[in-house]
Design a protein around this ligand. Structure first.
Ligand code: F6P
Length: 513
């Protein structure tokens, strides 16, 4: 079985949405509140430790009903079942998409790898596994890029409060200065390196791994590599050739896409840093969100609702971007992570039947943390000409218990969503000081930033991404566009520039030393 192949724009719900948009696109959200009884009840969802309020959107009850009809007409329920049941839904690569299985039990391969992750992280944290000279491991360096980097870095930073003490570092870019600078501060006796690459062919990762290996041999010895290098890959031979011992190679199943891989072996650094018990909670939180996604009716289904809001703004209001604004400095890297998860997935312009698409697919995702963002780009959100749909994320509790300062943080969160929606007429009607309001936002309130809630939050966005791809009829799990640049870079390195355009050839000359 495969995913449905339905052009959404041909459906009656879509056509009605076009009419509905023409009727209400200038309507003020304030007026929706006046006109619609029960708006808050209809446009909010309480689930586990989450509270979603999507009432501050330019969305009437009628529009919302039509959007849920769109889910029915595109066979979303059946598509979700295909996804979780392991159907070959990544058709262009003939693969199933089963990262969700990494966070639910019952698969031998998954359980085996999880046990390995738990053992390695417990041994390191209990100092049973030490460096070649017998000293305790103090630092772990993840060498990987894209999906082999962004998730682990975002999560270890977000959950630093739960750290067991090992310091995480990340080498992703092929910028030699960055790697050299980091190595200067590391002690080979107490540092563990994890090379993460599903393919083990990614040039950035291999070059960085070789650079680190040379440094390690210079400062320690070749024979110590077995104690200090772990490889995580779907490639069984290349890590061995690199010198990693068989015991230190963890697999990535073919059915796990790079950008959704942090739940399995790619998450090893997460488990080392926060400890295996917390890592299990992280998986549990994600699994609970999957269960909610699979079983809830569309109108009370958090990932589905977020996807519908995104489609509405992207395709009808023609908003090109959407912002993610967590009011927690711990989530600084969330938007970087979501950029890959979302834009690499739904940045497509050919549909599942192979036809060129004439509507909008993936939006541009960006963001930063509140309150920093308020002092950077919020002016444009309040008074600019663009509409920026945004997710505001807040936590009820502060981690370290400073409830007074946390109150200030959350007052800002509340103030911004309120101001964006209601605006304010300036006294004397000074046009420059008038704030029209009617700027949308969706609020996500979570009890506390902990491993379980972060797992749920990430799974929420993953399932939103799936839903958008499902409805917009694109293949969300391949990334052929990225592959082209990789192969041209290889040719340039080999000195082959016949196929390069004139401008690039000239710039290449300019870059020569
Ligand atoms: O950026 C393209 C990409 O293929 C991602 O999808 C992937 O996460 C990344 O490169 C790294 O790939 P690998 O894990 O094989 O090194």
């Amino acid at each position: 079985m495969a995913l449905s192949k339905i052009n959404p724009t041909k459906l009656s719900s879509w056509k009605k949405l076009v009419e509905q948009f023409n009727k209400e696109n200038n309507h003020h959200i304030n007026d929706f509140f006046k006109e619609e009884n029960n708006r808050l009840e209809n446009f909010s969802i309480s689930w586990s430790n989450f509270y979603l309020d999507f009432s501050k959107n330019r969305l009437s009850n009628n529009t919302f009903k039509l959007l849920t009809n769109l889910c029915e007409e595109t066979n979303l329920k059946n598509n979700i079942d295909q996804y979780f049941n392991g159907a070959i839904i990544n058709e262009t690569e003939s693969r199933a998409v089963l990262h969700t299985a990494l966070r639910s039990s019952g698969n031998d391969e998954v359980d085996k790898t999880l046990n390995k992750i738990i053992n390695i992280s417990d041994e390191i944290n209990n100092a049973k596994r030490s460096g070649y000279s017998g000293k305790r491991i103090t630092d772990v360096v993840n060498i990987g890029i894209g999906g082999s980097h962004l998730g682990p870095e975002m999560v270890t930073e977000a959950l630093a409060y739960y750290s067991k003490g090992i310091k995480p570092h990340f080498i992703s870019n092929i910028d030699p200065d960055f790697t050299s600078k980091l190595l200067k501060d590391l002690n080979p006796e107490t540092t563990l390196f994890i090379i993460v690459s599903k393919t083990f062919t990614t040039i950035e990762t291999l070059e960085n791994a070789n650079k680190v290996r040379a440094w390690f041999i210079d400062n320690a010895s070749e024979s110590a590599i077995k104690d200090h290098f772990i490889a995580i890959s779907n490639n069984t031979e290349a890590p061995k050739k690199f010198g990693v011992s068989q015991d230190n190679i963890l697999s990535i199943p073919e059915w796990v896409g790079g950008r959704f891989s942090l739940w399995g072996s790619v998450g090893l650094i997460i488990s080392i840093v926060i400890g295996s018990e917390n890592f299990k909670d992280f998986l549990k939180g994600a699994h609970e969100m999957d269960v909610h996604f699979k079983n809830s009716p569309f109108e009370k289904n958090i990932p589905v609702v977020l996807a519908l809001i995104s489609i509405w703004y992207n395709n009808f209001f023609k908003c090109e971007t959407e912002a993610v604004l967590p009011y927690s400095q711990s989530l600084t890297k969330l938007s970087d992570y979501l950029q890959q998860a979302s834009m690499e997935s739904n940045g497509k312009s050919v549909d599942r039947s192979g036809k060129k698409i004439n509507y909008e697919t993936g939006s541009i995702v960006w963001g930063s943390t509140g309150t920093n963002a308020q002092h950077a780009f919020f002016q444009l959100m309040h008074q600019g000409t663009k509409i920026i749909p945004s997710d505001f994320i807040a936590f009820k509790k502060s981690l370290y218990g400073d409830s007074n300062q946390h109150k200030i943080l959350n007052s800002n969160f509340l103030a911004q969503t309120n101001a964006l929606m209601t605006g304010k007429l300036a006294s004397g009607n000074d046009v420059h000081k008038n704030i029209d309001g009617n700027k949308p936002s969706t609020s996500i309130v979570i009890n506390k930033l902990d491993p379980s809630s972060l797992g749920s939050l990430i799974a929420m966005y993953e399932n939103k991404i799936f839903t958008i791809g499902s409805i917009l009829n694109v293949f969300s799990f391949d990334q052929w566009g990225v592959e082209l640049g990789k192969s041209i870079a290889k040719e340039i390195l080999l000195g082959n520039d016949d196929a390069l355009d004139k401008s690039t050839k000239k710039i290449r000359e300019q870059l020569k030393d």
